[in-house]
Design a protein around this ligand. Structure first.
Ligand SMILES: Cc1cc2nc3c(=O)[nH]c(=O)nc-3n(C[C@H](O)[C@H](O)[C@H](O)COP(=O)(O)O)c2cc1C
Length: 187
């Protein structure tokens, strides 16, 4: 038997795990899927770089989410890394206000990536990915994306999620604050 797949006996509670995970600061992205009128998307904080060469990333998606079957079927998805001023977009794609599918895309500008998925104009970076593999485990699917197209912006303030709240991470402001807190340190 594959050791990695062996069920693990654990005394860890889901409540404690939730509390522990709240300490993780996550960058906020919007995943998009589908093309034409059959589009949907969702807010995620689980995007992680997998490898640089080849350019590949992973994202963990709940199998109940509306994007999941569409990603599985179309074998493509977009990753839009949000800027600090795109909090409202994050909320729409997290389902706030009961918006579904194509309704979530209103009020923002989108272009079409090479695979046909919508990419957000004004995102810190937008990436068009082909699905390389989906590992379905527990409630989620770990989607491995091979990056086909990258659109980088020169913007520098990211949207993060920490302790159940959105926060802005600003390269210039935070660097200045860090420099200030270090002044007087001699080594
Ligand atoms: C900041 C933030 C991060 C999230 N990260 C994830 C994630 O990584 N994976 C996931 O499956 N859901 C995540 N969610 C929840 C989905 O955005 C939410 O369930 C969404 O409504 C699913 O789309 P659906 O309503 O079309 O099914 C996150 C929500 C928020 C607010």
């Amino acid at each position: 038997m594959n050791a990695i797949l062996r069920p693990v006996a654990t005394a860890a509670s889901t409540a404690d795990f939730r509390v522990a995970m709240r300490h993780l600061t996550g960058g906020v992205s919007v995943i998009t899927a589908g093309r034409g009128r059959e589009i949907t998307g969702m807010t995620v904080s689980s995007v992680t770089s997998l490898s640089v060469d080849p350019p590949a990333l992973i994202v963990s998606i709940n199998r109940e989410a509306s994007s999941f079957p569409l990603i599985k079927r179309s074998c493509a998805f977009g990753v839009n890394i949000l800027n600090a001023d795109q909090l409202e977009i994050a909320e729409r794609f997290a389902g706030k206000g009961g918006l579904k599918g194509a309704e979530r895309f209103a009020g923002a500008e989108w272009i079409t990536g090479v695979s046909g998925v919508p990419l957000l104009v004004g995102a810190l970076a937008a990436l068009d990915c082909e699905v390389e593999e989906i590992i379905e485990r527990h409630s989620h699917g770990i989607v491995v994306g091979r990056v086909q197209e990258i659109r980088n912006s020169a913007r520098s303030a990211a949207l993060a999620y920490w302790h159940g709240q959105y926060a802005a991470v600003d390269q210039r402001e935070d660097a200045a604050r860090l420099a200030e807190s270090r002044s007087g340190v001699t080594c």
